[in-house]
Design a binder for this molecule. Sequence first.
Ligand code: PSV
Ligand code: MN
Length: 409
Amino acid sequence: MKAWSDQAYTLFEMQQRDRGIDVDAAVRRLSALAVETPSWGYGNSGTRFKVFKKVGVPRNPYEKIDDAAVVHHLTGACPSVAIHIPWDKVEDYKALRNHAEERGLCIGAVNPNFFQDDEYMLGSATNADAAVRKKSVAHMLECLDVMREVGSNVLSLWFADGTNYPGQGHLRRRKRWLQEALAEVYARLDPGMRMLIEYKFFEPGFYHTDLADWGMAFQAANKLGEQAQVLVDTGHHAPGTNVEHIVAYLLDEGKLGGFHFNSRKYADDDLIVGAMNPYELFLIFYQILDATRDTDSTVSRTAHEIAYMIDQSHVIEPKIPAMIRSLCNIQTQYAKALLIQHDELQEMQAKNDVLGAENTLRTAFEFDVAPLLYRMREERGLPIDPMRAYLESGYAEKIRERGVGGSGW
Ligand code: PSV
Ligand code: MN
């Protein structure tokens, strides 16, 4: 007997076919959704006041990959791991790559770090000191070499550059320095590599940050060329921002390169995605799925090539279950978005039927998509409840042998 009810599935399928939804296609698309997890999400983390050291946390980049592999094996949906340099610096990157591949994973985005060296206290690529700016460029070029060794094609950039006081920095000069640094690195990208530019409206400087919003990142990417795109971190917006609008705009311009998924109720952007505002996540996927149907091939290709990544640092939650929870939340909202009747919605929009259009969208959101998720997992031989499978796997107990003293971010 199945662990889930055939009757529930049959009812679901009948209902969806009646609505004109191709359920088999929805299962295929759900199954194809791949979400990268971040190495730093498995390490110790904390706040600017304290890093909390937990039992069982990976002691090195290899063990972070081991934990990421567990998440992938249980969900079938997280085949790559983002790394952060120098947090994940190793002697032999080929060995790290092999370690990942032996576990059915690959290494995804490479993230340079512009905020931990003493020289970066007053900024990296926008520092008034040319030597520091040069150092930041050299670090990005070092990361391109790492990418070549680990087989990655995404350079993911987030700058902590900003100022705290009016007059502290020359805003326009800093803007140019940043662009110059990016251009130098862009010129060294191999064909097929992408540079993703992330923005954030604060951190740590709140007077000004050099890449404060999507418009600035968009402009920077536009000036560089096709291989540069914007990365939307869902936690990097002021409360009330319409994130799905930004997503739609960037898609239409062929400039949406990737996502960092998370929620932002911890002063930062590190909480489980979908825990706070699942409707927002659903609406983001609505924009993406709508763009995949666009007749403009640049728009649909952009939507198909999005790099989906989780960017979370779990502090109070056990790390592996938190990652599994995040992935399941993403899958749930994606599955709901797959139930949107796009033609009907467009008809409503064309007729200016405000409530009809809103109702069409919300109706998809309100379905229980567990039958779709269960079918997809069962067909692939995956546990239908990855969280439960993890808790019963004994892995959490096994990694306690690592003791306390795992690596920080
Ligand atoms: C800091 O806000 C941050 O969370 C950014 O979102 C980066 O993507 C991440 O750290 C890794 O550098
Ligand atoms: Mn991020």
